[in-house]
Design a binder for this molecule. Structure first.
Ligand code: MEV
Length: 312
């Protein structure tokens, strides 16, 4: 009986979410301690899906998993075995719908497991294009940054449609990530930004914000490469203000961002699609990062993570 395995991990967008959908650059980092493993095991009957969220046949997958159902179907047809019986097991440590790349990571690990199962080489371009099948269904018009980062080993500088560039961090700053516990709404957030861009009553407003976020992303890259932590914090705060004006903030995100800034953060912003999900703060050192994490929990964060940017 054939078997295949595939891996991927979570991600965090440092800066450039939403504006990246409209051609501006973004910086994202892989979170390798939030892994996803997919095992594809050949069986003798039925096509089974097993995960924490749902276990049953592929035909019974709930609507939330439409992207995965279509992706698996395409992969089976790509390898000319649409009826192949299997058990597809997903084990994920990434919180779902929190802007941490859960859907892209599961899709990436599935694609890798299928190519391993069918003993076929998989290049990066094919991987990203195939994951995009699922991401289009789950998120509407993805830029591709999630798929690129959940399959990367290093931070990425991402521009939609351009070859992926790895990004070297030269900073000793710490990241503190806070989970609001509120389900993020990436697809809805991306659509509302699109609506603002074409709103005849607010001509140029969306475009100005997108261009400004692009300029901030370039400035953040410079600050990260020269370890200008104070400057980085100011840039992140401005990005948060632009994202709020774009309409993708959430009161709980803002509460955690304010708490972080009052506890000595250099800056803080939402990450990913917004309308819920996660925020992060940048701290000068580990001790401040820990104090911020405590404050985030006191202000309602359901989980926090610490990430030394030095290690990336
Ligand atoms: C989602 O993690 C990031 C967004 O910019 C959407 C995308 O780039 O596909 C909001």
């Amino acid at each position: 009986m054939r078997v295949g395995t595939g891996h991927a991990h979570g991600k965090i967008i440092l800066i450039g979410e939403h504006s990246v959908v409209h051609g501006q650059p973004a910086i994202a980092i892989p979170l390798r301690h939030l892994p996803v493993t997919v095992t594809l095991q050949e069986t003798t009957n039925a096509q089974q899906f097993v995960s924490d969220v749902f276990t049953g046949t592929m035909a019974e997958l709930p609507g939330l998993f439409d992207g995965i159902r279509v992706l698996v179907d395409r992969l089976l047809r790509r390898f000319n075995e649409p009826e192949c019986p299997f058990t597809l097991t997903v084990v994920s440590k990434i919180p779902e719908e929190r802007g941490m790349g859960s859907s892209a990571a599961v899709a990436t690990a599935i694609v890798r497991a299928f190519y391993d199962f069918f003993d076929t080489q998989l290049d990066q371009q094919t991987l990203l294009a195939t994951v995009n099948i699922e991401e289009m269904i789950t998120h509407g018009t993805p830029s591709g940054i999630d798929a690129a980062t959940v399959s990367a080993d290093q931070p990425v500088w991402f521009v939609k449609g351009a070859p992926l560039t790895h990004f070297a961090m030269h900073t000793h700053a710490w990241l503190v990530v806070g989970d609001t516990g509120v389900t993020g709404q990436t697809g809805m957030a991306v659509n509302s930004v699109k609506e603002l861009l074409t709103d005849p009553d607010q001509p140029g407003v969306g475009e100005h914000l997108i261009n400004h976020l692009g300029a901030l992303t370039k400035a953040a890259a410079d600050a990260l490469q020269h370890d200008q932590r104070k400057q980085l914090g100011l840039i992140l705060n401005q990005a948060q203000s632009d994202l709020a004006t774009l309409g993708v903030n959430h009161p709980v995100l803002q509460r955690l961002i304010d708490a972080a800034n009052q506890t000595g953060a250099l800056g803080a912003k939402l990450t990913g699609g917004g309308l819920g999900g996660c925020m992060f703060a940048v701290a000068n050192d580990e001790q401040t990062a820990k104090q911020i994490a405590t404050s985030l929990k006191q202000h309602g964060a359901v989980a926090t993570w610490l990430e030394p940017l030095t290690a990336l």
